[in-house]
Write a protein that binds this ligand. Structure first.
Ligand code: HEC
Ligand SMILES: [Cu+2]
Length: 363
């Protein structure tokens, strides 16, 4: 009976582990499948330190097991005390020098990598015309959404970061309210976003994200920041340079007042303007930081609603109808607060959704 229970326990433990570990190694979200050089450097450091730790554990375990087996009572008898060694120079030297060597093996590459990964001098390089040669993104973390401003390009987006492949992309990280942390597990990080200073680093992406499961890399807030911290996700789209330049041009050309095609979407646009949505949400890609809500200029191109919900009409309606229920503590007002104390009608929600889903800068 007892044996049966034990086996069952072991079985459930292994199953739980398998479920848990099956998330590992997925290309869009795992540190184990690096998206570029930074991710690879960080993975190598992890493998190195884990390797050293495992080596130490194995050596200690072997010594331990050998001692237990060699000096067991049934073998050596009742009253035998093994030879007592005190102050052995050779042994003391060995167990002082080996850890020092191990620490050096660990420290040297770690310090070198730390300095290399913090080298953001390329951020300020300019070409002959005075334009920045590399892409720099100002990241602003807000409770519970992400803003991405491209200061040299005059564009701004939110929730979905767009980056070029095969080059260093530089980041200035900042928080608007409390501490958050910027982490794209496959590409690198995490680095805190603080209110009182700007942290800088860079990341690299080898190939376009289009080939990934969802067509994007997953990003996360990695610093507990409030009740909806776990929902503070963002996505990353990497594009080859040509496609990236096209995207930038489209962003720069996108305008606030573009008239949507369908009647329903036009009605949605009117609601969006009249119900003060426009006061918090930009619908043009050109612009700078400072809005109270995420820019919706690329909403139709995004992979998620509010960073984490599946992108369906139903979810867009559900979000507008009751943001608090989906992301407790977020700062988007409930419909009652901006619609004279009333919920929006289903027809109004449908119109708003139709309008928002049509906001796109991709062809
Ligand atoms: C007071 C400012 C404010 C107003 C007014 C406002 N919102 Fe928001 N909205 C936000 C904030 C802040 C978020 C981000 C919430 C989060 O994810 O934490 C948001 C998120 C959203 C999102 C999800 C964005 C994304 O990238 O997935 C949609 C869609 C949206 N709002 C639509 C609307 C509509 C439609 C209205 C008008 C009926 C409206 N908002 C009015 C502040 C506002
Ligand atoms: Cu957080």
């Amino acid at each position: 009976m007892i044996k049966g229970i034990k086996k069952w326990r072991l079985f459930s433990l292994v199953t739980a582990l398998m479920v848990f570990l099956s998330g590992c190694g997925e290309e869009h979200l795992s540190t184990l499948t690096p998206a570029g050089q930074v991710g690879r450097d960080q993975l190598n450091l992890m493998v190195l330190s884990t390797g050293i730790m495992v080596l130490v554990i194995i050596v200690v375990l072997v010594v331990y097991l050998l001692t237990i087996i060699k000096f067991r009572r049934s073998k050596v008898g009742e009253d035998v005390i093994p030879k007592q060694v005190e102050g052995n120079h050779t042994l003391e030297l060995i167990w002082t020098i080996i850890p020092i060597i191990l620490l050096l093996i660990l420290a040297v590459p770690t310090v070198i990598a730390t300095y290399n990964l913090a080298d953001v001098s390329g951020m300020d390089k300019k070409d002959a015309k005075g334009n920045a040669t590399a892409v720099t993104v100002n990241v602003k973390a807000n409770l519970y959404w992400w803003e991405f401003e491209y200061p040299d390009l005059g564009i701004i987006t939110a929730q979905e970061l767009v980056v070029p492949t095969k080059e260093k992309v530089y980041f200035n990280l900042k928080a608007a309210d409390v501490k958050h942390s910027f982490w794209i597990p496959a590409a690198g990080g995490k680095l805190d976003t603080n209110v009182e200073n700007i942290n800088k680093f860079y990341l690299e992406f080898d190939k376009p994200s289009a080939g990934l499961e969802d067509g994007v890399f997953y990003g996360k807030c990695a610093e507990l920041c409030g009740p909806s911290h776990a929902l503070m996700d963002f996505k990353v789209k990497s594009l080859d340079r040509d496609d990236f330049d096209k995207w930038v041009a489209n962003m720069q050309a996108s305008k606030e007042a573009e008239t949507p095609e369908t009647d329903l979407a036009q009605q949605g646009q009117e609601l969006f303007t009249n119900k003060t949505c426009i006061g918090c949400h930009a619908v043009s890609g050109a612009g700078t930081t400072g809005a109270r809500g995420p820019s919706l200029a690329t909403f139709g191109d995004r992979n998620r609603v509010a960073g984490f919900m599946e992108k369906t009409d139903e979810n867009v309606k559900a979000w507008i109808n009751d943001p608090e229920a989906h992301k407790p503590g977020n700062t988007m007002p409930q419909p009652e607060d901006i619609n004279s104390g009333k919920k929006f009608t289903d027809q109004e929600l449908t119109a708003l959704t139709e309008y928002l889903m049509g906001l796109s800068v991709e062809e």
